[in-house]
Design a binder for this molecule. Structure first.
Ligand code: URP
Ligand code: ZN
Ligand code: ZN
Length: 474
């Protein structure tokens, strides 16, 4: 087993900032010691990495990605190979992707698949393909007696969280009764329910009415997916969780009104958690309304909101009501994929690329004064690891942690562009935007996989992670 020492960097974790050297033996961090101390100077290693003037941070943990997701008659354009490679370039060393239970509508026999079949299919897609470590949540497309029973088995296999949808009737949608049953089962088994909180039944009425009026442009995606329909669903989901005696995690929260509901519940001591995503912090309905069909590049659900929602989300990240920033990485190329919705915004595949850019956009937020440096690491590394049962193996730099470490240059200036990113998608949501900060060297379990502009990783290096249950509830 080879040893590595990272010297002279500022080690930043969710709790500390220390001028320290980091000693790695094989796949794990084994020690930290003050740079220049007798202890650190006594260390010898096969590889010495100099981090002078750099931060040494834990690899990012992106708790919400969709590689190869089937959606709207097509598939998300990043495979596990291309998507995890892009993640590595951006300083993310763990993803939690969503395995999908086949819905009744997607199958020839008109019956939903089992969770087991869905999970096996996702294992088959990912195994031997990933550049970084990966885990799975399970999307439940049909809550029934069988799938409820399977939840307990899956928790035992390290799939400890389950996503339900209050949106997408006829596809992934669950009604309140199904949601309540899944929450009850979650409370019993330790499985955390993650909720896509939008009132899909009401949204479908508004979609129909918009199309009847001839309102077919991408910007109407944002109009029909009304902020109040996110707020209503968020409140309903939290109340159903309360009735079930279960915690709940709201995914991709975008509306200030939904955040109000979450905050109110948390103020009452309810175990309601939520993530937001960089697109809601940096993009808005102005992007959805770009001329021609350009707005399709910004179609995702929950949708982008008017720009004034951003201040509320930043505040939620500072107060702690928003716990995590994930990407909801779900890329579709503009050419041939987003274009499926020309003349009908409801046919535009929902989702944006982002797995490569999250760490940098959040570092920019530090520079802009929205959050502090340790909070950056907390929301992007430590809390997602804790929330989903991976801490302290992932999400921090400490003896015994996996050596997923990033040497981060806080002064590197980059101009974001589809010409230079590594995601398998033909546009960047942030084309031409200049930001400061970049992952310079990235280690995954002790192996250097990116080094100063060179990719040194390999597909198959990334391993499946069996997760523990949510660590905020124990
Ligand atoms: O637009 C999105 N978010 N696409 C991915 C599926 C989901 O709901 O997370
Ligand atoms: Zn969703
Ligand atoms: Zn998603």
């Amino acid at each position: 087993m080879s040893t590595t020492v990272i010297r002279n960097g500022l080690v930043v974790t969710a709790s500390d900032e220390t001028a320290a050297d980091v000693l790695i033996d094989g796949e794990q961090v084994v020690a930290l010691a003050a740079s220049g101390s007798t202890v650190a100077q006594g260390w010898t290693a096969d590889t010495v990495l100099d981090a002078t003037g750099r931060y040494v941070i834990p690899g990012g943990v992106d708790a919400h990605t969709h590689m190869e997701l089937p959606f709207g008659g097509t598939f998300a354009s990043d495979t596990f190979e291309t998507g995890t490679r892009a993640a590595a370039w951006g300083g993310t060393t763990t993803i939690i992707d969503f395995a999908v239970q086949a819905s009744a509508a997607s199958r020839a026999d008109g019956r939903a698949g089992s969770l087991r079949e869905g999970l096996d299919a996702w294992h088959a897609k990912a195994e031997g393909e990933c550049a970084i470590d990966y885990a799975f949540h399970m999307i439940m497309a049909d809550v029934n007696e069988g799938s409820l029973k399977e939840m307990g088995t899956l928790v035992g296999e390290g799939i400890t969280s389950f996503k339900l949808f209050m949106a997408y009737p006829g596809v992934f949608y669950s009604d309140d009764g199904k949601i309540l049953r899944a929450l009850q089962k979650g409370a019993e088994t330790g499985g955390l329910i993650m909720m896509h909180a939008e009132n899909g039944i009401a949204i479908d009425v508004l979609v129909e009415q918009a199309l009847e009026r001839g309102n077919t442009d991408p910007r109407y995606h944002g109009v029909v997916r009304h902020a109040l329909l996110e707020a209503e669903a968020t409140s309903r989901a939290i109340k159903l969780a309360q009735v079930a005696g279960a915690p709940i995690y709201i995914v991709h929260l975008s509306a200030a009104e939904a955040l109000d509901e979450l905050t109110r519940a948390r103020d009452q001591g309810i175990n309601a958690f939520a993530e937001t995503c960089p697109q809601y912090l940096y993009l808005s309905t102005d992007d959805l309304a770009r001329p021609g069909f350009e707005g399709a590049k910004y179609v995702c659900s929950t949708p982008l909101r008017p720009v004034d929602h951003q201040a509320a989300l930043w505040r939620g990240l500072r107060t702690g009501d928003l716990s995590v920033v994930s990407t909801d990485h779900c890329p579709f190329c503009f050419k041939g994929q987003k274009e499926l919705g020309v003349g009908d915004f409801s046919k535009i595949p929902n989702g944006l690329p982002g797995v490569e850019t999250r760490m940098d956009l959040l570092h920019q937020a530090v520079l802009d004064g929205h959050i502090g440096r340790r909070r950056w690491i907390e929301i992007a590394c430590a809390t997602p690891a804790r929330m989903f049962g991976l801490y302290p193996r992932k999400g921090t730099i400490a003896p015994g942690s996996d050596a997923d470490v990033v040497i981060y240059d806080p002064a590197a200036v980059q101009v974001m562009s589809a010409q230079t990113h590594h995601m398998n998608v033909d546009y960047s949501c942030y084309e031409g935007r200049s930001i400061t900060g970049r992952a310079e060297t990235v280690l995954s379990r002790g192996r250097v996989i990116v080094d100063r502009g060179e990719y040194l990783g390999a597909k198959g290096h990334g391993r499946f992670l069996r997760r523990d249950t949510c660590q905020y509830l124990r």
